[in-house]
Design a protein around this ligand. Structure first.
Ligand code: ARG
Length: 455
């Protein structure tokens, strides 16, 4: 492509370090879309004749058919997807092919192709997050009133419902989706027409190509257009946060599936066995969802490191932008799909969870709250009395609800029989009617709101 200035071919090592077609061939559809939009604009502006333009467009159609049929010759000597398409176009239509690159550089071409790919990836991710939220909503609705222990420090804290727990993730994945939506909106400006870095002397119409490719407008500065990859970084940041949420949930599934917890199981087709231990059922899918976080966050670190010291405008370093983004978005795609399958298929052990909801003096706060309400104690004093009750129950080897009334009265005289009504996990949950609390009515109200939001 640049033979005019060069008198020898690239050394093997030059080609080896430079070649990117193995990675960026994934941009073929975006590359063809960009070339078509650019070509039509060149025709409309009289920069390329209608006849040459038609030859180019039909050559691009042939290339698309070849790629779809698997017969397109992807060749390392043409370095990347852009030069591979250009070389093939030249073989197919001859001289007019050389006119397609008028008023265009690979710099704005790759910035465009990559932006289009990342934009599609955001759209896919938003759809997958919505599917995961729908799966969670269905399960939360089934279990809006089923008890489980709520933890802090992974120590028993207060009873909650399984529906409430699942709805926590609906909120998280909702914010994740909105991060991708925001990123998409910010990236939706077209770099095409920035050319190499300074713009073009040809009478191009950047607004027309932007519109044709679904962008809101052309980017306002040609240097910025070819040299920033913040749209990819922002997407990777959103992906990393999403991966963190997925990982926490995956960790809970792993814990819930241990026999010691026994809170949940996954079906055969979403677990694996052991080659030596016949009893095993391993939550590999959950573990791998948890592990994908490393790849995804690693990709963010990789790309920010590539970008951080580059002077304006384009540097070849930026060719290293695509592997981390492809890797991260592939990993996120798998993780979201696997998590949706697990959410849909897991079987909670309702009886076990409900029983565990009462363990570990989980209604101690309810006793303290009762003392505040019924005996008018300051909360700090109620906390102290309740602590003593827990200590006494522990010594006697019983739960709070089994502690005899006279034991409680010995700690504070105003305790009455009525206190036992608040000491069950059911009563504890039912009482938490504050907005966003775990009372089943509250959980059902949030489910209804989310269904409307996602409809
Ligand atoms: N394959 C290159 C990349 O991904 C395309 C842009 C090349 N531009 C250049 N001036 N060498 O970044």
């Amino acid at each position: 492509m640049w033979g005019g200035r060069f008198s020898s071919r690239p050394a093997d090592i030059m080609q080896a370090i430079n070649v990117s077609i193995g990675v960026d061939r994934r941009l073929w559809a975006q590359d063809l879309a960009g070339s078509r939009a650019h070509c039509r604009m060149l025709i409309d502006r009289g920069i390329v004749t209608a006849a040459d333009g038609a030859a180019i467009l039909s050559g691009l159609d042939t290339i698309q058919s070849e790629i779809e049929a698997g017969t397109f010759p992807f060749r390392d000597e043409y370095e990347d997807i852009h030069l591979n398409v250009e070389a093939r176009l030249s073989e197919l239509i001859g001289e007019p092919s050389g006119r397609l690159h008028t008023a265009r550089s690979r710099n704005d071409q790759v910035a465009l192709d990559f932006r289009l790919w990342v934009r599609d990836a955001c759209d896919r991710t938003i759809a997958q997050l919505s599917a995961l939220q729908h799966a969670l909503l269905a399960r939360a609705e089934q279990h809006a009133g089923d008890l489980m222990p709520g933890f802090t420090h992974l120590q028993t804290a207060q009873p909650v419902t399984l529906g409430h727990h699942l709805m926590a993730y609906v909120e998280m994945f909702g914010r994740d989706a909105s991060r991708f939506t925001d990123a998409r909106a910010r990236m939706n400006e077209s770099p095409l027409g920035a050319a190499a870095l300074a713009g073009s002397p040809f009478p191009i119409d950047r607004h027309a190509t932007a519109l044709a490719l679904g962008f809101d407008r052309p980017m306002g500065n040609s240097l910025d257009a070819v040299s920033d990859r913040d749209f990819a970084l922002e997407t990777l940041a959103a992906a990393s946060i999403t991966a963190g949420h997925l990982s926490r949930f995956a960790e809970e599934i792993v814990v819930w599936m241990t026999p010691m917890f026994g809170f949940a199981s996954l079906p055969d087709d979403l677990t694996t066995g052991s080659s030596i231990m016949p009893q095993k059922r391993n939550p590999d899918a959950a573990e791998l969802v948890r592990a994908k976080t490393g790849r995804i966050l690693g990709s963010f670190v990789a790309l920010s490191t590539v970008m951080k010291g580059l002077p304006l405008a384009y540097s070849k370093d930026m060719q290293e932008d695509k592997p981390p983004v492809f890797e991260a978005m592939d990993a996120l795609d798998l993780a979201l799909t696997a998590m949706t399958a697990m959410v849909t298929a897991f079987t909670p052990n309702i009886a076990r969870m409900a029983e565990a909801a009462g363990w570990g003096f989980s209604t101690a706060t309810d006793l303290a709250d009762w003392l505040v309400r019924e005996a008018d104690l300051p909360f700090r004093q109620a906390h102290h009395v309740t602590g003593a009750a827990v200590k006494r129950a522990e010594a006697l080897g019983v739960g709070l609800a089994q502690l005899p009334l006279k034991e409680l009265q010995a700690l504070h005289p105003s305790v009455t029989e009525a206190v036992y009504k608040v000491l069950t996990p059911e009563a504890s949950c039912a009482s938490r009617q504050s907005f966003g609390g775990t009372a089943p009515e509250q959980v059902r109200a949030r489910i209804a709101e989310w269904k409307e939001r996602l409809a």
